[in-house]
Design a protein around this ligand. Structure first.
Ligand SMILES: Cc1cc2nc3c(=O)[nH]c(=O)nc-3n(C[C@H](O)[C@H](O)[C@H](O)COP(=O)(O)OP(=O)(O)OC[C@H]3O[C@@H](n4cnc5c(N)ncnc54)[C@H](O)[C@@H]3O)c2cc1C
Length: 401
């Protein structure tokens, strides 16, 4: 068993680290770097994206012939973690949700024509994308509750329904939309592709949220006669749930990769402070209870990272890694909370202020236990696996998943 990183991946990781530390982290403390939704200002983002592209650090999970880095999931795990040591990192290197998961899905299951039309402009950074699945009082934790419908009318599909919390929708051009085409729970959903300029849909509102926002926010959408032709059905009619599983597995795991990096950074900020801050006759780091807090948080991040790496390796070896991804998602979401909360506590009042990015991270982190499957649902999935697999739940090797 070899836990080291291949040298060519480590070299890329080191170059990401250099750009994060030299170019991106310094921007976090300048209020002029932010837009009104607390994300990086678009013109500044475009400058940094050009730099990342020129350095060959762009869309690392996409095929090289399409302009990406061609890395396997294990390579992405190391690199995405490094990127998210800055809150601006993932979007600069084109490794942020939801584009990252949408690109992966389109690349895995799209036809060549669909890849040319829908995927390539996203890889190139010319358009943003969105994935529309969750509904008000319909599809949420349980996709079988999807009520947005696609009805066959002549040679096209006509969509009616509603979606909400659709990340990036206010700026996205390319949408992947999940709609009901049949009554069966497993084969009753279909994934469709549409362009923002098509008529028959609208954004009802950009939903205000607790944390900072991705570009394009989190929106509620209404569909009232959007027409989609057959060439823009992704996979086959009835394959929507399969498309969702193909997208969400790796997308959850890339969240884990990024969240580990964010948790590490939160601890780095705390460490810099407790090494110098004195109280009651010694620095904070010399106090045993502080050491317990930091050691625990660091250990939990590392546990999450090991689970993430195992799931990444399984994906690279052809498994769906469903239970391993669920485990990683639950553990890393909690580890992120622990790291950020520990950091904020040890910074004292400064942690609660906007003088460091820890406050930003604290508000952001709360979504980790909800998005892409609430932790309770992932634990339920794990129990279902345990009931089905018995002793094989704990099997070794690439036959897992
Ligand atoms: C910041 C953010 C971004 C998002 N981006 C997108 C996006 O781009 N596209 C998209 O389609 N959706 C998006 N979502 C929606 C997200 O995926 C859903 O919120 C999530 O799937 C949960 O669905 P729900 O909110 O309807 O919760 P519900 O299904 O109503 O569940 C509520 C709570 O009930 C509990 N629960 C549910 N089922 C079980 C169970 N079986 N056992 C025990 N407890 C259970 C859990 O605690 C859960 O949190 C986003 C959400 C947020 C907050």
């Amino acid at each position: 068993m070899d836990f080291s990183l291949p040298p060519q991946i480590d070299e890329i990781r080191q170059r990401i680290r250099a750009m994060i530390e030299e170019r991106i982290i310094p921007l976090e403390s300048d209020p002029a770097s932010y837009d009104e939704h607390e994300n990086i200002r678009k013109p500044l983002l475009e400058e940094l994206r050009a730099e990342a592209k020129a350095k060959g650090l762009w869309a690392l999970g996409m095929p090289q012939e399409r302009g990406g880095g061609g890395l396997p999931m294990v390579g992405l795990a190391a690199c995405y973690e490094e990127m998210n040591r800055s809150i601006f990192g993932p979007v600069v290197f084109h490794g942020a949700a939801p584009d990252d998961g949408n690109m992966r899905l389109l690349n895995m299951v799209g036809t060549e024509a669909q890849k040319e039309r829908w995927l390539q402009p996203i890889i190139d950074g010319k358009v943003q994308s969105a994935f529309a699945m969750t509904e008000p009082d319909g599809c949420g934790s349980d996709p079988s509750m999807t009520y947005t419908r696609a009805e066959r009318k002549g040679d096209r599909w006509v969509i009616r329904g509603r979606k909400h919390y659709i990340t990036g929708a206010a700026e996205a051009k390319h949408f992947i939309l999940m709609a009901r085409t049949g009554e069966d729970d497993r084969n009753g959903l279909t994934a469709f592709l549409y362009h923002a300029d098509q008529p028959g849909w609208r954004i009802i509102r950009r939903i205000p949220i607790m944390g900072p926002e991705e570009h394009g926010g989190h929106c509620e959408l209404e569909f009232d006669g959007l027409e989609i032709t057959d060439e823009n059905v992704l996979m086959k009619v009835g394959d929507g749930l399969r498309a969702t599983q193909i997208r969400l597995g790796p997308a959850r795991l890339t969240h884990c990769m990024r969240w580990t990096g964010m948790g590490r950074r939160a601890l780095e900020i705390a460490m810099a402070r407790v090494e110098v801050r004195k109280a009651f006759g010694s620095t904070l780091i010399e106090k045993e209870s502080v050491q317990q807090m930091i050691g625990q948080a660091a250990m939990e991040l590392d546990i999450g990272r090991l689970l993430t790496m195992r799931a990444a390796w399984l994906l690279d070896n052809g498994s769906l890694a469903r239970k391993e991804i669920s485990m990683a998602k639950v553990v890393v979401a909690d580890a992120l909370h622990k790291a950020v909360d520990t950091s904020l506590q040890l910074l004292g009042a400064r942690g609660y202020s906007k003088d460091t990015v820890v406050e930003w991270m604290y508000r952001y982190a709360r979504q980790a236990r909800l998005v892409d499957g609430a932790s309770e649902v992932h634990r339920m999935v794990l129990t279902n696996f345990l009931r089905r697999q018995g002793k094989d739940f704990f099997a070794w090797g690439a036959g897992r998943g």
